[in-house]
Design a protein around this ligand. Sequence first.
Ligand code: NDP
Ligand code: GDR
Length: 335
Amino acid sequence: MTKTALITGITGQDGSYLAEHLLALGYRVVGMTRRSSTVTIERIEHIVDRLELIQGDLLDQNSLAYALREVEPDEVYNLAAQSFVPTSWNQPVLTGEFTALGVTRLLEAVRQVDPTIRFYQASSSEMFGKVAEVPQRELTRLHPRSPYGVAKVYGHWITLNYRESYDLFAVSGILFNHESPRRGLEFVTRKVTDAVARIKLGLATELRLGNLKSQRDWGFAGDYVRAMHLMLQRDDPSDYVIATGETHSVEELCGVAFSHVGLDWQKYVRVDEALVRPAEVDLLVGDASRARAELGWSPTVDFTGLVHMMVEADLARVEEAIRHGKAKVPVVHGV
Ligand code: NDP
Ligand code: GDR
């Protein structure tokens, strides 16, 4: 029997990879998108003829209940969020509305429309923040360091609360940073690989970054969406950490990315104090042994492979843009 999945945030990085994965598994895939004056389906353009889209917004309770009634999903993946950490200091209330209360709105819609729906919440390693132990695992104490992290802690606990209160099959995937050529340009991996391509091709001369010392456990988004699906196929709902188990600094990221095109990163990277965060998460590294044992999940792309993949994709994209005279990008302050 064909299963139906509803994905919020389908236009984002993870939404696009998850949609591809579920289509390949034979699912009917419906994406929830919010209304905007321009079309933002760049990441799903290649599969859009195999998807269905329905309008809805995490800020609007009725639109969520309507979407669930119309689509009748077996599984709901809540990937929508204000997901950029620095923006959460400029827009803390809006971040809370989307990223925290939005989860309650969707869970409440599930409970009222069809409590047999299986629900996945996109929780984050940012919840560990000022880490209580290394590596971080499912039971590590949470200490978020940004309004985004605080909002994700709320989303995490409300998911567990609805599971415990109403017996919903609601799970929280605690995913560490995952990247790809489809990552937004403001996140550090993509900012670096995009700059490497533009510097190599003569369009830029320097790259301004914030804290070079912070360390992250970076994996490939295509691997991580497989874990989301596996979590909803278990007999019993449970929460899992998804990570590679390796950590690297922003400096190392620069080293691998620039050297891939024969450049020395130290000649191009400048520290800009305006990009240093009010409170930083210094070190993240996850222990995904529970997911390995119980879900049979493991990553297929390592750190160097990931960075090389992203540099190659950005080189190809910037070359193409140069050919078509479209190589200019807007400057967004504070990013
Ligand atoms: P993106 O920022 O790429 O995508 C976010 C998505 O949310 C977009 O589709 C966006 O739509 C949508 N969205 C934002 N606000 C609303 C709203 N009010 N109503 C409906 N949709 C909305 O994020 P990622 O794909 O990288 O991440 C997916 C999820 O996983 C997020 O919740 C993120 O916080 C979480 N996460 C991500 C990690 C990572 O490393 N990537 C790690 C851990 C957790 P639009 O296109 O219209 O802006
Ligand atoms: P993060 O990702 O905050 O971990 O959240 P990001 O790539 O933005 O930052 C990672 C680290 O790099 C440092 N950094 C910079 N970051 C950005 N964006 N721009 C810079 O110029 C820069 N210079 C240094 C940051 O200080 C930080 O330490 C991501 C998001 O996808 C969240 O939604 C998700 O929950 C977490 O990953 C897990």
